[in-house]
Design a protein around this ligand. Structure first.
Ligand code: GAR
Length: 204
């Protein structure tokens, strides 16, 4: 499936979560402090008890929670359209979006992954990297297409994990980085002129 990569018309962002929502929290704080150059206009959780929904409430944001199922996709797409959402940021969203949803959503979908893709895709990437014994890991922000964690890379940052000692410490170190990088990547998408050549994301 071809994704029509395009520069955005608005700066209205939807964030999809499933759980804790610390990346959402960082984005909301960054929006409030004018570090994020966009407007978080809608939050969706596929889990009604997701802790991250407390941030949606605290920051007075529109949100909805219902299971991510085929029969609900149309409803979700209609909400996104009604709210003029141009970009979806997956932030710990633990469901795989269907190819139907990706094709129907006419904007862009991006994801943050806690490792340096293409190494360690899938779940528990931080532990995968630690267990493998890599000295360096990091964070990847990438477009979402139909390949799991395989979309074009927008931004990556590496960190040394040599002295972390255990997977939890790696996870914590990477999470601190995630909270900065996701906003930086979104700002590029929202404010810069950019285009895609092959697998290369290029911005001015
Ligand atoms: C983050 O570490 C994010 O990178 C990861 O889930 C965590 C969510 O934390 N996502 C994935 O592993 C996706 N494959 P948060 O809910 O506190 O933002």
């Amino acid at each position: 499936m071809e994704i029509s990569y395009k520069n955005l018309n608005s700066r209205r962002v939807a964030v999809f979560i499933s759980g804790r929502g610390s990346n959402l929290k960082a984005m909301l704080n960054n929006e409030k402090n004018r570090i994020l150059n966009g407007e978080i206009s809608f939050i969706y959780s596929n889990e009604k008890n997701a802790l991250g929904l407390n941030y949606a409430k605290k920051f007075n944001k529109d949100f909805e929670s219902f299971p991510y199922k085929k029969k609900n996709e149309g409803h979700l797409l209609r909400i996104l359209k009604a709210k003029n959402i141009d970009i979806i940021a997956l932030a710990g969203f633990m469901k795989i979006l269907s190819s139907h949803f990706i094709a129907k959503f006419k904007g862009l979908i991006v994801n943050i992954h806690p490792a340096l893709l293409p190494s360690f895709p899938g779940l528990n990437a931080q532990k995968q990297a630690y267990d493998y014994g890599t000295k360096i890991s990091g964070v990847t922000v990438h477009f979402v297409d139909n390949d799991l964690d395989g979309g074009i890379i927008i931004k990556q940052r590496a960190i040394n994990i040599e002295n972390c000692g255990n997977a939890d410490a790696v996870t914590k170190k990477i999470l601190r980085l995630e909270h900065k990088i996701y906003t930086e990547a979104l700002n590029i998408l929202l404010t810069k002129k950019w285009h895609i050549e092959g697998r290369h994301f290029i911005y001015e």
